[in-house]
Write a protein that binds this ligand. Structure first.
Ligand SMILES: [Zn+2]
Ligand SMILES: [Zn+2]
Length: 195
């Protein structure tokens, strides 16, 4: 795996700007991969692990860059919790690690690089050098990865009996014997405009 500076450079390019989130995300991903024993995430071990990310913010792009995981490959799962945390799962050994960025780091970072006036620049520089335990909480966890969440061909596809949309990967719901898609049971994020 590349070193921190190279990975940060890559993620900055993909994300579009350098920010504290890139530094946090790159470091989170490096810790996660290290702890679950993945040294070649984009090569020989690319199918051996899986990442669950609990936020859709800057750091998410960095985690995607460093791990090579993506939504499309189903190796990255996004959970909309708004928590700056990610869990790294080794699918071969089941070793799993959840890494959370500590909120206190915003304060503790002030000890580092005090010569920088701008708060955001100061945090960015501090996050590069702060020891891991001041920046992150690392937890050993177990994760059940359902068969239908694994990469590979969809296990099944069924048609919603109400709207006719097709549903893959066992996301359909059975409501009183009727097979329905999620929106038909729980409501839609869009409203159809009748022509
Ligand atoms: Zn950013
Ligand atoms: Zn439906």
């Amino acid at each position: 795996m590349d070193n921190f500076e190279t990975l940060l450079e890559q993620s900055t390019k993909i994300h579009g700007h350098i920010c504290a989130g890139q530094v946090i995300g790159v470091r989170m991903a490096m810790i996660g991969l290290r702890e679950i024993g993945i040294e070649d995430p984009k090569g020989s071990q690319r199918k051996d692990f899986y990442v669950l990310i609990e936020i859709d913010r800057c750091a998410t792009d960095a985690i995607q860059t460093v791990t090579g995981c993506s939504l499309g490959k189903r190796s990255l799962k996004w959970l909309d919790y708004g928590i700056m945390a990610a869990t790294f799962v080794n699918l071969k050994t089941n070793k799993s690690i959840r890494v959370t960025a500590l909120e206190e780091a915003r304060e503790t970072s002030k000890k580092y690089c005090p010569e920088i006036d701008d708060k955001y620049k100061q945090q960015l520089e501090a996050y590069r050098v702060m020891p891991e335990n001041e920046l992150f909480k690392v937890q050993n966890v177990t994760v059940n990865v359902p068969k239908q969440d694994m990469p590979g061909r969809p296990l099944q596809r069924v048609q919603c009996e109400k709207c006719g949309d097709w549903v893959q990967d066992c996301r359909e719901e059975n409501q009183n014997g009727q097979i329905l898609c999620h929106p038909c049971v729980h409501g839609r994020y869009y409203q159809i405009i009748e022509e």
